[in-house]
Design a protein around this ligand. Structure first.
Ligand code: 13P
Length: 256
């Protein structure tokens, strides 16, 4: 399966800084065109800036080497939802991917499994690929509940989206590994990915299409060993996506 490397800038950036980062990423991609998909999920105010790089990254067949992604989407189509952005609006801005259910949104904004499932549905209806994040906290892992938690989170998304589930991307992001420098070992990550793969298999005969990304302190040094695991189909990269050389090294490690 073609891998996917997606950067999650989170709430970081400044126009000048972004230009330097994107110039270096684009130059690296042009020098060595990737065989994996590459996306950056950026704050809303930077969409137009990234769109320009997306256009400039097109290969000879017109496909962008660098795709634009968002970090959140409303579960609603339109209406009186102050501050929210609808999936159809993202689509108009040529957004290809949207992160839904990131643990930071579950934790700080009270997003429930059902809301995440509804946001996934809204993204799919607009033709945007949702990157659905799931993952256990440290307390849940230490209590031996990892499998139960990730399966519950994914089950809500499967239940609400039915056969369309084959169009999503899943990101396993153990909460204790996010921004902490602690990474799940390749074996620990693979074990959870295998559980998720089996769950997807039970839900759709198209399960082999669903990419399962790993996220949580993935960096230039550990990417290759994580990406070598049979059920790790790419990465969702936070901190390291803000440094062009590191991001490019991770992309290079994702070549098939
Ligand atoms: P870090 O790579 O900074 O740990 O962040 C991971 C993440 O949350 C990506 O969505």
């Amino acid at each position: 399966m073609k891998k996917l490397i997606a950067g999650n800038w989170k709430m970081n950036g400044k126009f000048g800084q972004n230009t330097a980062l994107l110039d270096a990423v684009l130059a690296g991609l042009k020098e060595k065109p990737p065989t994996c998909g590459v996306a950056v999920c950026v704050p809303f105010p930077y969409f137009v800036q990234v769109q320009d790089y997306q256009d400039r990254s097109r290969d000879e067949s017109g496909n962008p080497m660098l795709s634009l992604g968002a970090q959140d989407v409303s579960a609603h189509e339109a209406g009186a939802y102050t501050g929210e952005v609808a999936a159809s609006m993202l689509k108009e801005l040529t957004v290809s991917y949207v992160i839904v259910g990131h643990s930071e949104r579950r934790q700080y904004h009270g997003e429930t499994d059902q809301l995440v499932a509804d946001k996934t549905k809204a993204a799919l209806a607009a033709g945007i690929t949702p990157i659905v994040c799931i993952g256990e906290t440290l307390a849940e892992r230490e209590a031996g509940h990892t499998e139960e938690v990730v399966k519950r989170q994914l089950a809500a998304v499967i239940h609400t989206n039915g056969h369309c589930i084959s169009e999503i991307v899943v990101a396993y992001e153990p909460v204790w590994a996010i921004g902490t420098g602690k990474t799940a070992s390749p074996q620990e990550a693979q074990a959870v990915h295998a559980v998720l793969r089996a769950q997807l298999k039970a839900a759709t005969d198209q399960f082999a299409r669903v990419k399962i990304l790993y996220g949580g302190s993935m960096n230039a040094a550990n990417a290759a060993s994580l990406l070598a695991q049979p059920d790790i189909d790419g990465g969702l990269i936070g901190g390291a996506s803000l440094k062009a050389p590191d991001f490019l090294t991770i992309i290079a490690a994702a070549q098939n």
